[in-house]
Design a protein around this ligand. Structure first.
Ligand code: GLC
Length: 516
């Protein structure tokens, strides 16, 4: 496979804790994933991105990493991870691991050493320890998960955490921090991983002592790019590796800077993920994406969901179909039939667009967001940090249904760590494989066609009525998506459709078709 495989790859995101449980403890693991690798190979994906699998107290689902060079015992061992990488490669599937450079766990060796060594010690310089202003924190920064961004330790100093208190921020001006992460990257590249997903990539550089200067104090500071230049130089010494940035920035010009030829290879397309089900808005986002990335020579990535956001089926059935972290619209009324219909059409849209595509586990099954989890089962720190006003992200992290008619639906032998809705008996892999009209069959067929003739390349917009997106790909395949209220005529051989066409070749609302 080519060294630029990632330019047109279909990348499947595995949230390990919820994928498949191989050892019967209710938590997904590497044994479960390895046993289901054939499922992913048959689905037709090119790569897997795994959320953090490292030892962690799990204060933030593993994004509080205690040891960047190990595997959490819940998930297995480093030896199993290595075996898994080898098996995936044997099936032609590449592996992307998640690296979390902004913060570590409060239980990590470095942070424990910093606490023990006390104020003024070199150990504290790897983090952001500061005296307070009297009894007040050093400044007024707020945590992204809610509440203050500073926590006080028993000796009176405060430390900075942009996320939960269990996630102290590293001081990236410290040469040992820089060196440590180059070593971590090397560690995983040496074990054969094909890429790194860079967590919270825009917030690493900050200066808590600076006078407020009108700029955001920690998002997208210019000096952050120096870090990624170092990472790219290292990645370039290993053939075929990719750096994928998690960069949430509204300003596309600023976003493009992360994709300069000596920085990251790709970033997630969050404007696409956040866009409402609206032809004009989507067309605008698609055009902006190419306008932004084109000059950098970077391919687009098309993303409908991930482990942080509301599942598409639920979102697209609401009145407001956009997504925004600031307001998850939890429990807003949703029409499940409409949501599924649109999610099917959105799948064909995103799989037809030029570039790479991400599929978050369960999207291929059309799983909805689970919005009625019992409060006492919620694990996402956002729930408590927001004073129980934001129900957070657990609803898109519920363990997958594989087979059978009742929980745990073949996920494993034990009760899963989050409860699965009884209605998921219709959505199991087993049920969907037996149904040619299922979401899973749509994904499988679309990925098969995509692999043969889509992926990287360009598109040509075709004339279309209002509310309709229509474009042709290099191979001649045409994709038409009807987001309007009335059926529209389409002509040509139908390769694949997200729903039945009306008689006389009319494409109904909220339906997409691939034509030749
Ligand atoms: C990223 C992750 C999210 C995590 C946060 C803090 O946004 O995707 O799950 O909570 O970073 O690490």
């Amino acid at each position: 496979m080519s060294e630029t495989w990632w330019r047109g790859a279909a990348i499947y995101q595995v949230y390990l804790r919820s994928f498949a449980d191989g050892n019967g403890d209710g938590t997904g693991d590497l044994a479960g994933l390895r046993a289901r690798l054939a499922y992913l190979a048959e689905l037709g994906i090119d790569a897997i991105w795994l959320n953090p699998w490292y030892p962690s107290p799990m204060a933030d689902g593993g994004y509080d990493v205690a040891d960047y060079r190990g595997v959490h015992p819940w998930f297995g061992t480093l030896a199993e991870a290595e075996a898994f990488i080898g098996e995936a490669h044997g099936l032609g599937i590449r592996i992307i691991v998640d690296v979390v450079p902004n913060h570590t766990s409060d239980r990590s060796e470095w942070f424990r050493a910093a606490l023990a060594a006390g104020p003024g010690s070199p150990e504290r310089e790897r983090f952001w320890f500061r005296p307070g202003r009297g009894d007040a924190p050093p400044n007024d920064w707020k945590s992204i998960f809610g509440g203050p961004a500073w926590t006080r330790v028993p000796d009176g100093e405060w430390y900075l955490h942009l996320f939960a208190p269990e996630q102290p921020d590293f001081n990236w001006t410290h040469p040992e921090v820089v060196q440590e992460f180059l070593d971590v990257l090397r560690f995983w590249f040496d074990r054969g991983v094909d890429g790194i997903r860079v967590d919270s990539a825009a917030v690493l550089v900050k200066d808590p002592d600076a006078e407020p200067d009108g700029l955001d104090p920690y998002t997208d500071r210019d000096a952050v790019h120096e870090i990624y230049r170092g990472w790219r130089a290292l990645a370039d010494t290993y053939p075929g590796r990719v750096l994928v940035g998690e960069v949430w920035l509204p300003d596309q010009e600023r976003l493009a800077r992360y994709l300069r030829p000596d920085e990251m290879h790709t970033v997630f397309n969050f404007p696409f993920l956040g866009a409402p089900w609206d032809a004009g808005v989507l067309r605008g986002v698609i055009d902006d994406t190419f306008a932004t990335l084109g000059p950098m020579g970077a391919p687009a990535t098309w993303v409908l969901g991930n482990h942080d956001v509301t599942r598409p089926v639920t979102r697209y059935g609401r009145r407001d179909t956009s997504f925004d972290h600031a307001d998850r619209k939890h429990l807003a009324p949703t029409d499940p039939v409409l949501g599924v219909r649109r999610a099917r059409a959105a799948a064909l849209l995103s799989l037809a667009l030029p570039g790479g595509v991400y599929i978050y586990q369960g999207e291929e099954l059309g799983l909805p967001e689970v919005e009625d989890l019992p409060d006492e089962m919620r694990q996402d720190p956002i729930w408590e940090r927001s004073g129980r006003t934001d129900r957070g992200r657990d609803g898109c992290r519920v363990p997958l249904p594989w087979s059978g008619v009742e929980p745990p639906f073949g996920f494993g032998d034990a009760e899963p760590w989050l409860p699965q809705p009884a209605g998921w008996k219709e959505l199991t892999v087993e049920a969907q494989l037996a149904d040619p009209a299922s979401m899973l069959e749509l994904y499988r067929e679309a990925l098969r066609v995509r692999r043969a003739e889509l992926g990287d390349g360009s598109l040509t917009w075709l004339p279309s009525e209002e509310g309709v997106l229509a474009f042709a790909r290099d191979s001649g395949l045409r994709c038409v998506v009807n987001l309007g209220a009335a059926p529209v005529p389409v002509a040509g051989e139908v390769l694949l459709a997200s729903g039945p066409l009306d008689g006389d070749g009319l494409l109904p609302p909220d339906t997409a078709v691939w034509l030749r």
